[in-house]
Design a protein around this ligand. Structure first.
Ligand SMILES: Cc1cc2nc3c(=O)[nH]c(=O)nc-3n(C[C@H](O)[C@H](O)[C@H](O)COP(=O)(O)OP(=O)(O)OC[C@H]3O[C@@H](n4cnc5c(N)ncnc54)[C@H](O)[C@@H]3O)c2cc1C
Length: 464
């Protein structure tokens, strides 16, 4: 008879966050630890970002910065070197090398496979099922899947990532831009409207073209800002910010503009000044009070996003070609109404252009919403609703995600640490803001694995 494992850890979600947490646990945990990775999607180790089958969906981070392990910064490049079949798919540019997100998904699968094979550390089991509830049971938890199966665990890691509503798509409006149907079965002579002009819009344009739609695309957002391309950028020193620059958005924005001008004058580039903030971005967010964070989201976020989350040069070039040919129109304005057309089955979007003027309307066969991932507070996901309803979790003050302490321990409805319950990745973006890209998640995953394995009293983080 096999002995009861000393520690049972459940991880809900096998995207980057779940897989990397599991991989670190296998490296660090004693052999009698059991890690169970629950995943409801068809494929393990992908998540929305790396589940794409579209080879034109490139990483928006250079391959050189995509290692899954903070203590092995060249791991992804070394993995690529070991895959001669992929050489031809690496896009070289003066700004660095870029590869498709599909390839990155294979790297993650490989990490998971290796972690499962590790003989001397914790053992991982994969469970392809949808988790619908997590309930406190004594000192541990009961995890319930959609088929009603219940399992006991000592710790639960919530790594549900970019929670989508999985809404049933009907009619001409597609709420989920990643569903393959969003870009299929289109009339070449009628336009498609995409709401949003960010990274998801670009993904959608690429997917539409790959599916053979060569008609007109109109992309609309309040400001009509497009993500900027990567370019060669020298390192720039981390600025020493004053106390008011750390707490006042307008002062910080002024300082950042000054740094960008200085970088350009010194022969570097504005990108260098933006990238220099990376080590302190999370601390800057945490230094803002809730009204200041809300102001950032309302006013500064679009500008921050296009400068901070950039695209591969080849993607920027393809986008510029699209715009030059008139096939892709970027418009800016505020939506006033969306009406399904009674005849023709299309949709009409009425909007007021940025800067004023009379209301305009665009008619199209389809409207695809590419405005990013919905906030937790609006999610209809069964697990999220159940966690909130039972009080095991609470949302951060802006409802972007779950409230956690700096050690990723989940805070319950009364703000106390819920012992043994953890969260990582985009689900905690309300607390850390910049914690959704791999260079941030890999650090969180390594730290979380260490924290989980500490004896109980040492796992309490009192700050934050
Ligand atoms: C389109 C896109 C492109 C991106 N490109 C880049 C990039 O180029 N470089 C970069 O660094 N970052 C990129 N990112 C950001 C980043 O890598 C992702 O946000 C990252 O994938 C987050 O990982 P995650 O594991 O936390 O969440 P996810 O990838 O969303 O994975 C969560 C997983 O949990 C599963 N799940 C959810 N709920 C349940 C449940 N109740 N039961 C069972 N399973 C569940 C989901 O099916 C999913 O597989 C991109 C993000 C997106 C959305």
């Amino acid at each position: 008879m096999s002995a009861r494992p000393q520690r049972r850890v459940a991880i809900v979600g096998s995207g980057v966050s779940g897989v990397l947490t599991a991989a670190h646990l296998t490296r660090l945990a004693p052999a009698d630890t059991r890690v169970t990775l629950f995943e409801r999607a068809g494929r393990q180790a992908r998540g929305i970002a790396y589940d794409t089958r579209e080879p034109g969906h490139l990483l928006n981070v250079r391959a050189a910065n995509m290692s899954a392990f903070p203590d092995a910064p060249h791991d992804f490049e070394a993995w690529l070197d070991g895959q001669p079949g992929l050489y031809a798919e690496i896009q070289h540019s003066a700004a660095g090398d870029f590869v498709s997100r599909q390839i990155y998904g294979r790297y993650l699968e490989d990490i998971l496979r290796r972690a499962c094979l590790t003989g001397d550390g914790a053992c991982i089991s994969l469970r392809p099922t949808d988790i619908v509830a997590v309930a406190r049971m004594g000192e541990g938890f009961e995890v319930v899947d959609a088929a009603g199966r219940r399992d006991r665990f000592d710790d639960v890691v919530l790594a549900m990532g970019n929670v989508s509503d999985a809404a049933q798509e009907t009619g001409p409006v597609f709420r989920n831009p990643w569903t393959p149907q969003a870009v299929r079965d289109l009339d070449p002579d009628r336009p498609v409207i995409i709401l949003g002009t960010g990274l998801t819009m670009i993904d959608t344009v690429i997917a539409l073209r790959r599916q053979g739609f060569h008609g007109r695309i109109v992309a609309l957002s309040r400001r009509g800002l497009l993500p900027l391309p990567h370019a060669p950028a020298k390192a720039w020193p981390l600025p020493e910010l004053t106390a008011s620059e750390r707490t006042h958005l307008s002062h910080l924005a002024r300082r950042l503009r000054r740094e960008a001008r200085a970088a350009v004058a010194a022969g570097a580039c504005w990108r260098s000044a933006v990238d220099a903030l990376r080590p302190i971005t999370q601390a800057l967010w945490q230094g803002l009070d809730t009204p200041a964070r809300a102001r950032f989201l309302r006013h500064a976020r679009p500008l921050w996003d296009v400068h901070r989350h950039r695209i591969a040069p080849s993607v920027a070039a393809a986008l510029a070609d699209e715009r030059r040919s008139g096939n892709l129109e970027i418009r800016s304005g505020r939506i006033q109404a969306v009406q399904n057309e009674i005849v023709g089955g299309g949709v009409t979007v009425a909007y007021r252009p940025k800067g004023g003027g009379t209301q305009l309307a665009v008619s199209a066969q389809r409207l695809i919403l590419a405005t990013g991932v919905p906030e937790f507070s609006r999610s209809r996901d069964a697990l999220v609703r159940s966690l909130i309803a039972t009080g095991l979790v609470r949302l951060d003050p802006l409802g972007l995600g779950l409230d956690v302490d700096r050690g990723l321990g989940v805070r319950n409805f009364c703000g106390r640490r819920e012992q043994g319950l953890w969260a990582i990745g985009p689900v905690v973006r309300g607390v850390f803001w910049e914690c959704t890209a791999v260079p941030d998640i890999r650090v969180q995953a390594a730290e979380l694995a260490r924290t989980i394995l500490r004896p109980a009293p040492a796992r309490l983080v009192t700050t934050g």
